[in-house]
Ligand binder design. Structure first.
Ligand code: PXG
Ligand code: PLP
Length: 438
């Protein structure tokens, strides 16, 4: 079906320039492997794993079959006071992949819900331990933690926040780590900025540690433009949290499932958080699902009082949905069979080399990379912020390559099945586009 036959009026599209889109729609109708097909039958190379989620590539037979079979076998089981085997199985498999000691899994349906869940877990954890005055949550400027009120509050993307009132009370933010003056064109982790973690000491001095429940950061900030943590930064944040009894939450919604070269960013960077949020790649994007993975000790702290009482008053109708669990199990099998959770570590050298060759192309003021994530920052067009990057995106789309933009930053996060030729083609498309956008 072509969009000429489609009534586009009713659908209010998320995070989309609705009027512009409906004038000139970009419709995807099929997907397989590294490619989408659009409604004109054109093949479009997927440079962003759908939306940082289709890590094993599209239409993987094992996952498709698992979803089909599950739908016919058990379509739904209530998650409260009831269970079904695949939820337990998937939780065990995730615990085995996660960093040592992080072995309790709470299911949600998205990254946003995972973040809300982790923030609530942190608050309740302190309360259960008798430190209920630890209510403050600390995020970071330029952080993205989804779109619900907790995640928005700790998040630091101004456009996402400014329309929505005063958000959660008692939230503060660390400074972001983006520093073009010292770190532009760093290959991998930038050298400068570990000391920015000390900003947490400033907030501790201001609020007192006894009021702070948790700090949440993305190991690599994705949505706000591919910001790679400076060498030593996450280690230092961990040390400061430990010193003050503050929980450290890693939001691994993007960095999870092989994106940075190890199963989780925590492993790539050698820093273990207390709570970890995941989503996206958990089911290869095929069925909505998220999870919070907690340290055993945090979970165990809740397990007190009479054992017929609910320990944590939280959960979603679709927590651990059978279809999502089936997709998750088949996704983990697919990752394991194809060695995808460490494949980015093999490809990242080549990817970095090719991506950094964009240095010197028109408008390029920074190139950054880690694992199979790349960012290319452009000078904004005078008086028209974001337009140059968006025009570059449109040009790439015309060339049959899907990239992503945020502000004036281009992002690449290819499926982890990509080969060198795919990476070349994505980067060539960006080069060609940059040479012709104004
Ligand atoms: N945390 C992080 C770190 C994310 O990247 C979320 C939470 C929210 O997940 P859900 O599933 O509720 O969307 C995300 C999501 C982009 C982009 O263009 C990134 C996300 C979502 C939409 C667009 O970079 N990440
Ligand atoms: N709103 C109403 C009226 C509900 O009954 C429920 C769940 O029962 C929700 C919201 C929450 O929905 P979910 O559990 O899918 O997040």
């Amino acid at each position: 079906m072509s969009h000429a036959d489609l009534d586009m009026d009713a659908y209010w599209m998320p995070f989309t320039a609705n009027r512009q889109f409906k004038q000139s729609p970009r419709l995807l109708t099929r997907a397989d492997g590294m490619y989408f097909t659009d409604d004109h039958g054109r093949q479009v190379l997927d440079g962003i794993a759908g939306l940082w989620c289709v890590n094993a590539g599209h239409n993987r037979p094992r996952i498709v079959q698992a979803i089909q079979e599950q739908a016919a076998e058990l379509d739904f089981a209530p998650p409260f006071q009831m269970g079904h085997p695949k939820a337990f199985e998937l939780a065990s498999r995730l615990a085995a992949l996660a960093p040592e000691g992080m072995n309790k899994v709470f299911f949600t349906n998205s990254g946003s819900e995972s973040v809300e869940t982790a923030l609530k877990m942190a608050l309740a954890y302190h309360r259960v331990r008798g430190e209920g005055q630890r209510t403050r949550l600390i995020g970071r400027e330029r952080g993205y933690h989804g779109v619900n009120f907790g995640g928005l509050s700790v998040g630091g993307m101004v456009a996402n926040r400014k329309m929505f009132g005063s958000l959660l009370a008692g939230v503060d933010h660390l400074r972001h780590t983006h520093d073009l003056a010292r770190n532009a064109f760093s290959v991998g982790q930038p050298a400068h900025g570990a000391e920015l973690a000390d900003d947490l000491e400033r907030l501790v001095a201001l609020h007192d540690a006894s009021t702070i429940a948790a700090v949440i950061v993305e190991p690599v900030a994705g949505s706000s433009g591919v910001l790679i943590p400076p060498q030593g930064y996450l280690q230092r944040l961990r040390e400061i949290c430990d010193r003050h009894g503050i929980l450290l939450i890693f939001d691994e919604v993007i960095t999870g499932f092989g994106r940075t070269g190890q199963p989780f960013g925590a492993q790539t960077f050698g820093v273990t958080p207390d709570l970890m949020t995941v989503a996206k790649g958990l089911t290869n994007g095929c069925v909505p699902m998220g999870a919070v993975i907690a340290k055993q000790q945090i979970h165990d702290t809740f397990m007190q009082g009479p054992d017929h009482l609910i320990e944590f008053f939280h959960g979603y109708t679709y927590s651990g949905h059978p279809l999502a669990c089936a997709a998750g199990l088949a996704t983990l099998d697919t990752y394991a069979e194809d060695g995808l959770l460490t494949r980015a570590s093999e490809l990242q050298g080549y990817f970095a080399e090719q991506l950094h060759a964009l240095r010197g192309e028109p408008h390029v003021i920074d190139v950054r990379n880690l694992g199979l994530v790349g960012g290319v920052e452009l000078t904004p067009r005078a008086g028209q912020p974001t337009k140059r990057a968006f025009d570059t995106f449109l040009d790439c789309w015309q060339q049959g390559v899907l990239i992503r933009t945020t502000g004036d930053i281009l992002a690449l996060s290819p499926p982890l099945i990509a080969d060198r030729e795919h990476l070349d083609r994505m980067i060539d498309a960006i080069r060609t586009a940059l040479r012709r956008v104004a």
